[in-house]
Design a protein around this ligand. Structure first.
Ligand code: ZN
Length: 328
């Protein structure tokens, strides 16, 4: 099997695990012969084996542009090798992060257990104990794209192969896909958090709420926890802890069907999804509940402020990703 084929297989495995990747979140890459193959923006890692979701970019040219803080590094479309890019898709909005890591294989996931640590104000200190056996770095929150690339460059040391991105997720890098898989599994194991038991939904009550609307109850109990777990509901309504939350669910999860929102968390009853909601909505709702079931009420959490949220939702490359993410 070629290394790119191995990466696709690994990507599909990671993409099918909702505790690691949700919808179009997360991305993987491989550098070979001067070309970096990176997941396309808006595509789902889960589909890596069944459709062409990797885009070739010129690695050296991208690194040179990054070094001069070139705004072309925001969308990275200028660095795509058009002749090799069969699908015509754009590279991931997190391409610069992959380019900066010198290792051949880079894997970035929105690991639920990692995020439950990474949203704490004391994340760096707490993780220092947990990850003492790893060559790792903590990267304080920065908007994905150029700001995040610059934040990583400031903390990257030779040999660093694990990054925890504050209020965001996890990056693992290695020489081969097999090594990346091993490191990822080890890190995730070390960062496992106790998880609160699921409170099942009140399906009868949900069906009543749906009557005469185009809403239907969410498909699994993990998603319903966004409405049945008090801490998850509270956080969903009042705080934004990581980028994909606000990008896909907006600020403040809706609690009433009358809101017309794609996702409604009916307090104590469960979650409803609107018929024409994008396919990313339910996985993102579940992710938020999965993260919040791994934190406690007295954990010192740090939410994104309104300025950080504004920079995310007004970013052109991010608008493209959302527009494309109609589900496949
Ligand atoms: Zn990310």
């Amino acid at each position: 099997m070629t290394e790119l084929a191995a990466l696709k297989k690994f990507s599909a495995r990671v993409g099918a695990d909702p505790l690691l990747v949700q919808a179009a979140g997360g991305n993987t890459s491989l550098k070979q012969s001067g070309v970096m193959w990176i997941k396309a923006s808006g595509t789902w890692l889960r589909d890596a084996n069944s459709r062409d979701i990797f885009v070739p970019v010129r690695h050296e040219a991208l690194l040179a542009a990054l070094a001069r803080n070139d705004p072309a590094c925001e969308a990275c479309t200028d660095f795509v090798l058009a002749d090799l890019n069969a699908t015509g898709l754009r590279p991931s909005i997190e391409t610069t992060m992959h380019a900066l890591m010198p290792q051949r294989v880079v894997v970035h996931v929105h690991c639920v257990n990692t995020i439950a640590w990474a949203i704490r104000g004391d994340a760096e200190q707490r993780l220092a104990e947990k990850l003492k056996d790893f060559n790792w770095a903590f990267i304080p929150y920065a908007r994905p794209g150029l700001p995040l690339a610059n934040a990583i460059a400031a903390r990257l040391k030779p040999g660093t192969d694990v990054l925890v991105l504050g209020n965001h997720g996890l990056v693992v890098a290695a020489k081969t896909v097999v090594e990346a898989e091993t490191i990822l599994d080890r890190v995730v194991n070390v960062l496992l958090r106790p998880v609160r038991a699921l409170v099942p939904p009140d399906l009868a009550a949900l069906h009543l709420l749906c009557k005469g609307t185009d809403y239907a109850p969410a498909g699994n109990d993990e998603t319903h926890a966004l409405a049945t777990d008090a801490l998850a509901l509270e956080s969903g309504k009042n705080a934004v802890f990581y980028p994909d939350h606000v990008v896909f669910l907006g600020v403040g999860v809706a609690t009433e069907v009358g809101s017309g929102a794609p996702l409604v968390a009916a307090p104590g009853k469960g979650v409803l999804i609107r018929g024409n909601a994008k396919p990313a909505v339910e996985p993102m709702g579940r992710c938020l509940a999965d993260v919040m079931r791994r934190v406690e009420a007295d954990d010192p959490l740090t939410a994104l402020d309104s300025e950080a949220i504004g920079r995310l939702v007004n970013w052109d490359a991010e608008k493209y990703r959302q527009g494309l993410n109609v589900g496949v």
